[in-house]
Design a binder for this molecule. Sequence first.
Ligand SMILES: Cc1ncc(C[n+]2csc(CCOP(=O)(O)OP(=O)(O)O)c2C)c(N)n1
Ligand code: SF4
Ligand SMILES: [Mg+2]
Length: 243
Amino acid sequence: MEKVFGIPEGMNDKKTAFCPGCTHMTAYRLIVECLNELGERDNAILCRPIGCSLNADGSFDIHTIQSMHGRASAVATGVSRMNPTKTVMSYQGDGDAISIGVAETLYAANRGEKMTAIVINNQIYGMTGGQMSPTTLIGQRSTTGVRRADDTGYPLRFAEWLGQLEAPGYVARAALYTPKDIMQAKKFLLKALRCQKELGRYSYIEFLSFCPTNWGVQPKDCLKYCQENVLPVFPVGEFKSCF
Ligand SMILES: Cc1ncc(C[n+]2csc(CCOP(=O)(O)OP(=O)(O)O)c2C)c(N)n1
Ligand code: SF4
Ligand SMILES: [Mg+2]
């Protein structure tokens, strides 16, 4: 019998520490699949800070380097400059990339570092228990309060912002929601990685992700919740493309 679906080369079925319904692992799978297709998995380095991304440890086979919270784009800058032939990625949460590390993420983009920033936007500080992040929605509950525009401002549309800069070659947002969304996310990620590798440019890709645990939404209800609340604020699409 022909096998049509399975665990991609470079991943295993080891149990991870992710909560049920979390979509971080979907992002990892897409990264592994894209690197496999590009023949770059052995030549890739993934820079990760602190966040729920670490729950995938041991389940994928890519070289990684650990940074402090917020500093993954800065570490990726150094790794990329010292290893210009490598495929260098950062894998950051929204809190990491757009709050504590916003300067590092923004200036790596503005300098046009040869790297791909992959940002998991789940609208919350997941790992530390659901504090408000820069992408928390208006009216959304967090453990540090309910988001109100006149108090904590509006959710930051960082992809749209980076899309205005001169240096980046590719900027996009995709959703890790339905199979159709995930296929689009993979298409965008392939372009982001090719833009970096083939043209030596900076790429930024944001993945809209579920955090049922901290949203207080059952995994089975997350899709409807996101279609009604997240996608109107964070539209998917390409904001800049060198292809
Ligand atoms: C310098 C520093 N500040 C704060 C923390 C605590 N901290 C660890 S993970 C985290 C939040 C991560 O949220 P996000 O980046 O959105 O990733 P997620 O867990 O949601 O995927 C925080 C505040 C830390 N470890 N180091
Ligand atoms: S806290 Fe949220 S982001 Fe972290 S593993 Fe659980 S569902 Fe995923
Ligand atoms: Mg987050």
